[in-house]
Design a protein around this ligand. Structure first.
Ligand SMILES: Nc1ncnc2c1ncn2[C@@H]1O[C@H](COP(=O)(O)OP(=O)(O)OP(=O)(O)O)[C@@H](O)[C@H]1O
Length: 634
């Protein structure tokens, strides 16, 4: 029996307490996952030891046969999960089993509502790990020792999951970790051979480390009667214990792929799709990439986990190797196993190795092809797009070489459907282009409604020309990196001169020129009245219902991007708009007939209204109100 020394009682970090409470409550109907989580951690610990032992064989302490053992005691109501992996020292135990060290955790926990089903989904997204033991146990003891440390540096951790835990130093001859779960009364069903075996097969077949369970064998005499006292325990490997990605594609079932995904991604729910490839030749690697069914909670966290699990010749090297996929594919999870890197590769070395770039470019293509295939299933792709679309939109800016491929995967709201759902591809748009149209038109606004109702769309609606309605924060950034698709240029309808190309016939163009000439005097007067407030005034034919609109010069940064940058504290040089007037509108006719102060007021009102319609803020709103009231009461 070990004697505990240096025993101390510590409180769980607040986030752990909250997580424990919510997890126990919301995952009640999915309790069996605790075993998957503990085996998954044990397998990771074995992987880590194998990696550490590459440099220092002594860490195995003479026991290099890595394994996981699961035992139970029906009478005592306990289940034990044991591994001879890397183990933990005292400081690691306190850190790993007392806190949650992931940024964004507190905000994540705030989203939990107390509604069982909703929370179960959210918690799955977070990953419950070790703490899931408390779904089935009311008392957990962990005994562990870090490989390579003296037997006296073992640690015992104990908790009832109620806010505090104790840690003490104990003597521990074997390195690795042992977790003893004392099952709650209503979870005793898990202390059962058959139940445990079937769970191990369900969740851990794909794990390369053998998961073993004890079986008692008894010698029999010649008559077949068991010999008393001859009982001995033999350990039987229950899982298949081959790395899933090494197996040929045809021999792996969908269920196995899905189970493996859950291990790799620490996710609860099924992946949307996957792509498994073995490459031989100049580069030699196996990759298994997955698209998750939902976003991890830290998708937009700067230091959120991303990247693949890296193996070199089947030896685990590191989690989250982010060098093999671009940032805009950070939602892709999976495994890369290669012969092209050396076993002692580190994060720093990865950054310098030219082979890494080559593999990255190959994996990027694989991932984009996988999305291309997924896109054939409209419904599934829509699910993907709604979850990860705004991340993929970072692609054209980050990955010039694959711009066209990424553009083909984008989905938009457009005037064709007039719905906020982004479900139209550029290929759909091209198919519907009007005869003579040679450009892809788009508008960027702060919200879908602002885009949909923009005065800039009036002429397009009248002529039946489709316009992409962009309203995500990232959209203007996206469009500044997308210049063409399939040979067709993109044109922002709120910038520069309106040119509808061949869609307008000669007669229309002639009429426009004549109107512009006829209104030259009006334009001059308005410009004088507005002074520096507008850089230019002109008549337009882009409006049918509105009296006026503002546009920006073609190469000027758009309003949406300006507002985002200003909100981020980046001062920008002021840019004055171009005011365009609709000569056929009664207000503009009235303006033309006005004189003196009435003219100046109305000119200002038209400019201010156009700025408001575009989603901008007025520099002097009170002046606008005063002028408008003057007009209304005249
Ligand atoms: N059997 C084990 N052997 C060694 N270390 C372990 C073991 N189980 C857990 N740990 C350590 O405790 C940490 C926390 O485990 P936990 O399961 O809570 O989270 P995780 O595995 O990092 O992520 P997730 O919550 O997504 O599963 C692990 O990262 C690991 O360092």
């Amino acid at each position: 029996m070990s004697t505990a020394i240096r025993e101390e009682t510590l409180g769980f970090q607040t986030e752990v307490k909250q997580l424990l409470h919510l997890m126990i409550h919301s995952l009640y109907s999915n309790r069996e996952i605790f075993l998957r989580e503990l085996i998954s951690n044990a397998a990771d610990a074995c992987d880590k030891l194998r990696y550490a032992a590459l440099d220092n064989d002594a860490l195995y302490e003479g026991d290099s046969e890595l394994r996981i053992e699961i035992e139970h005691d029906q009478e005592a109501g306990t289940v034990t999960v044991r591994d001879n992996g890397i183990g933990m020292n005292r400081a690691e135990v306190i850190e790993n089993l007392g806190t949650i060290a992931r940024s964004g955790t507190a905000e994540f926990l705030k989203q939990l509502s107390g509604e069982q089903q909703k929370d179960a989904k959210l918690i799955g997204q977070f990953g419950v790990g070790f703490y899931s033991g408390f779904i089935v146990a009311d008392d957990i003891t962990v005994r562990t020792r870090k490989a390579g440390t003296p037997a006296g540096e073992g640690v015992e951790w104990h908790s009832k999951g109620e806010g505090e835990f104790t840690v003490a130093d104990v003597e521990r001859p074997a390195h690795g970790t042992e977790i003893v779960l004392h099952l709650k009364q209503d979870a005793r069903e898990f202390a059962d051979d058959f139940r445990l075996q079937s769970l191990v097969r369900k969740y851990s077949d794909h794990i390369e480390v053998p998961v073993r369970m004890p079986r008692v064998e008894t010698d029999k005499d010649d008559d077949g009667t068991p010999v008393e006292g001859s009982e001995k325990t033999v350990w039987e490997t229950v899982n298949e214990a081959t790395a899933l990605w090494v197996r040929p594609k045809g021999e792996v079932s969908d269920d196995e792929y899905k189970a493996f995904y859950k291990h790799v991604a620490h996710d609860f729910s099924d992946p949307l799709t996957w792509s498994h490839n073995k490459v031989e030749g100049k580069l030699e690697y196996v990759s298994l990439l997955y698209v998750p069914g939902r976003a991890p909670f830290d998708l937009y966290e700067r230091d959120g986990a991303r990247g693949v699990k890296l193996y070199v010749q089947r030896v685990f090297i590191m989690d989250d190797a982010e060098q093999f996929l671009p940032l805009y594919l950070r939602f892709v999870k999976g495994v890369l196993d290669t012969r092209d890197l050396s076993l002692n590769v580190s994060r720093e070395l990865l950054q310098q190795d030219p082979k890494v770039e080559k593999i990255k470019s190959a994996l990027t293509k694989r991932a984009l092809d996988m999305l291309g295939k997924l896109a054939k299933d409209k419904e599934a792709y829509q699910g993907f797009w709604n979850t990860f679309g705004s991340v993929l939109k970072e692609g054209p800016a980050e990955d010039f070489a694959n711009r066209d491929k990424i553009a083909g995967l984008l989905r938009f709201s457009t005037t064709h459907t007039d719905s906020a759902t982004q479900d139209q591809s550029l290929a759909d748009y091209l198919e519907r282009m009007k005869e003579g149209q040679d450009k892809v038109y788009y508008i960027v606004a702060d919200s879908f409604n602002a885009a949909k109702s923009s005065p800039h769309l009036e002429i397009f609606r009248k002529k039946g020309i489709e316009v992409l309605l962009l309203h995500d924060r990232i959209d203007e950034w996206l469009m500044s990196h997308l210049t063409e698709f399939d040979g067709k240029h993109f044109v922002d309808v709120a910038k520069g001169d309106l040119d509808l190309g061949e869609v307008e016939d000669e007669a229309e163009k002639q009429a426009q020129q004549e109107t512009a000439k006829a209104k030259e005097a009006l334009v001059k007067r308005v410009k004088e009245a507005l002074g520096e407030l507008a850089q230019e005034v002109r008549v337009t034919h882009r409006l049918t219902d509105s009296p006026a609109c503002v546009v920006l010069p073609e190469h000027e940064m758009g309003y949406q991007m300006r507002r985002i940058m200003e909100a981020a504290g980046q001062p920008l040089p002021e840019v004055k708009p171009i005011l365009e007037l609709n000569p056929a509108h009664p207000l503009v006719e009235r303006l033309e007939a006005a004189e003196g102060e009435a003219f100046t007021d109305l000119a200002h009102i038209l400019l201010d209204q156009a700025i408001i319609a575009e989603g901008g803020h007025l520099d002097d709103p009170a002046a606008y109100v005063r002028r408008l009231n003057g007009l209304l009461t005249a």
